[in-house]
Ligand binder design. Structure first.
Ligand code: NAD
Ligand code: UDP
Length: 337
């Protein structure tokens, strides 16, 4: 089976490729990305082919690769709140327009499409647990540009769903809830607010900066370790009895819910054991940051985001096993050991 992974050089793409190359003999990866830095270790593998290309420009190449593969993963996107507020059209052009082109090509060539939606589509939904079939999507006004990512993904979910009905597109949508692990982001980049929260805090510690708790850090997230997440994606690829066809799955770890403030404290506590950052940790300060000053006027936060994973449990027979302490330590080992 030839699996095309567009955005192969990213966090999820690189871990998915590792799992396929090392543990699934009959599967092959054709990876497309503008950079190969997170998959350089796979470049010499026979079952791995990397093509450097830009999905905003290299349309003929993209069409040829989609035509020739069996399954398409479309992982190329920007998923950084700072960019949602600073350059929303970039999100629209890449996350929506370029990905829509890929969806259409998958429908045209009758390929299975496995597509990342996001926990962000639920926005500020007040449900205790977000449910794929019943929860409402709650976003803010247009001036709160943060929601352009959520809306881009939501619209693609709806388009893919509609292609499933009209053109019988075989798709699976998965919604990651804050997946974390080695290679998450480049923590060597000192720009505040440029990374997802865990990598941002690790970067702050590495550079001896303050840890900023946006609006006090009372908001919570449920972090999922990348190996658990990849196991779910593998079950989706395997698709026993076509169980994943035309389904949407939350892929998250409800029992790993933690406030941002508690997360900061845990990361600082764990940081003390690494020689590389011991000195910086001793001086680190946790400070409150006003969201408007930190992200800008057009930011709005999600206060609580907990997935229901009943569907993934029942249909995919998937259950995450890595707890919050273990996933933080594994991630920190990668960066600091
Ligand atoms: P990532 O930023 O690590 O990877 C994205 C990859 O896309 C990068 O390697 C980047 O170089 C590539 N890319 C960007 N522009 C490109 C272009 N024009 N042409 C070709 N490649 C390009 O992101 P990730 O965490 O691996 O996320 C993958 C997908 O999953 C995204 O659609 C994201 O929105 C979604 N997602 C991820 C999470 C999470 O917890 N990691 C949460 C929700 C949704
Ligand atoms: N956050 C924070 N300090 C930071 C970076 C992020 O307090 O330096 C908060 C952010 O406001 C949000 C949460 O951490 O409430 C998670 O942020 P992330 O960027 O990982 O993305 P999200 O889960 O909101 O998509």
């Amino acid at each position: 089976m030839n699996i095309l992974i567009i955005g192969v050089g990213g966090f999820i793409g690189s871990h998915l490729s590792d799992e396929i190359i090392y543990n699934h003999e009959d599967w092959r990866v054709i990876g497309i990305d503008i950079t190969s830095s997170k998959v350089d270790h796979l470049l010499s593998k026979k079952k791995f082919k990397f093509i450097q290309a830009d999905i905003l420009k290299d349309f003929d190449l993209l069409e040829k690769q989609i035509n020739e593969c069996d399954i398409v993963f479309s992982l190329a996107a920007i998923a950084s709140p700072l960019v949602y507020v600073q350059d929303p059209l970039k999100i629209f052009e890449l996350d929506f327009e370029a990905n829509l082109r890929i969806v259409r090509l998958a429908a045209k060539y009758d390929k299975r499409l496995i597509f990342p939606s996001t926990s962000e589509v639920y926005g500020m939904c007040s449900d205790e647990e977000f449910d794929e079939e019943t929860s409402n999507f709650v976003t803010g006004p247009v001036c709160k540009q943060r929601w352009i990512y959520s809306c881009s993904k939501q619209m693609l979910d709806r388009v893919i769903y509609a292609y499933g009905i009209r053109d019988r597109l075989r798709y699976t949508l998965f919604r990651p809830f804050n997946w974390i692990g080695p290679r998450l982001d480049n923590i060597y980049n000192e720009n505040s607010g440029s990374s997802r929260v865990v990598s941002q805090f690790l970067s702050n510690i590495l550079h001896g900066g303050n840890i900023n708790l946006v609006d006090g850090g009372k908001q919570s997230r449920c972090f999922t370790y990348i190996s658990d997440a990849i196991e779910a994606l593998i079950k989706i690829i395997e698709n026993n009895d076509n169980c994943a066809d035309k389904q949407i799955f939350n892929i998250g770890t409800p029992y790993n819910e933690i406030t941002v403030k508690a997360l900061a404290n845990k990361i600082i506590e764990f940081s003390r054991k690494y020689e590389k950052i011991k000195n910086q940790v001793a001086n680190i300060k946790i400070v409150n940051a006003d969201s408007v000053e930190y992200y800008g006027q057009s930011y709005q936060d999600v206060f609580k985001r907990v997935p229901s994973i009943k569907k993934a449990q029942n249909i995919l027979k998937w259950m995450p096993v890595v707890g919050i302490d273990e996933l933080l330590i594994k991630t920190m080992d990668f960066y600091f050991k």
